[in-house]
Design a binder for this molecule. Structure first.
Ligand SMILES: Cc1cc2nc3c(=O)[nH]c(=O)nc-3n(C[C@H](O)[C@H](O)[C@H](O)COP(=O)(O)OP(=O)(O)OC[C@H]3O[C@@H](n4cnc5c(N)ncnc54)[C@H](O)[C@@H]3O)c2cc1C
Length: 160
């Protein structure tokens, strides 16, 4: 996006200010209440293009962005006072077979529980994931992801 223009014509409608009830829903969903964020606005994204335009807008505005998925960060990475924009990918929950990649795609907003269920119900398979069903795949897999099956199968990150 070299033009600096938003790639998404709906970009403005995705910008959720503090006065909108959805703002608090995103900021307050964090598991660890020790840390608190006070961003200028949040984004609820449903597509890859919306992720791109949200990041581009934040960078153009010189606002520090952060991404959140399931809200189960144990540290203050999302809920940090320096964060100016929270991009919430939790609406991105599709789990589907991608014929081009010849692989099952799990979007970053799916939870561990939703992923276990979909993999077994649709394909009769399992992935080594963590032990708590509400964790978001977005933060979980990039953080390693150990669970019941890790001694046999390793970490989920090994399959990323
Ligand atoms: C109750 C509880 C039980 C847990 N159990 C386990 C367990 O059994 N096994 C295990 O391995 N871990 C476990 N964890 C740790 C958990 O996997 C991590 O805290 C994980 O990072 C949470 O991911 P999230 O998306 O839910 O959290 P978030 O708070 O949304 O994100 C956590 C971090 O990941 C980043 N992130 C989120 N989405 C993305 C994305 N799409 N791309 C890149 N970065 C992203 C965020 O910026 C942040 O730094 C547990 C945590 C809790 C609170």
């Amino acid at each position: 996006m070299s033009t600096g223009q938003s790639a998404d014509s709906n970009s403005a409608s995705l910008r959720i200010p503090p006065s909108d009830p959805r703002f608090r829903a995103v900021v307050d969903k964090r598991f660890n209440k020790r840390f608190t964020a006070a961003p200028d606005y949040v984004r609820l994204v449903t597509t890859t293009d919306q992720v791109l335009s949200s990041v581009q807008d934040a960078v153009s505005e010189k606002r520090r962005p952060v991404v959140t998925s399931g809200g189960h960060c144990l540290e203050g990475f999302v809920s940090d006072a320096g964060v100016r924009v929270i991009i919430d990918v939790s609406p991105m929950k599709r789990i589907y077979f991608d014929p081009a990649m010849r692989a099952i795609a799990v979007e970053a907003g799916a939870t561990v529980g939703e992923t276990f269920r979909a993999l077994y119900d649709s394909w009769g398979t399992v992935l080594t994931l963590g032990e708590y069903p509400e964790i978001g795949i977005g933060g979980h897999v990039v953080g390693g992801a150990f669970g019941f099956l890790c001694r046999e199968l390793g970490l989920a990150a090994d399959y990323l």
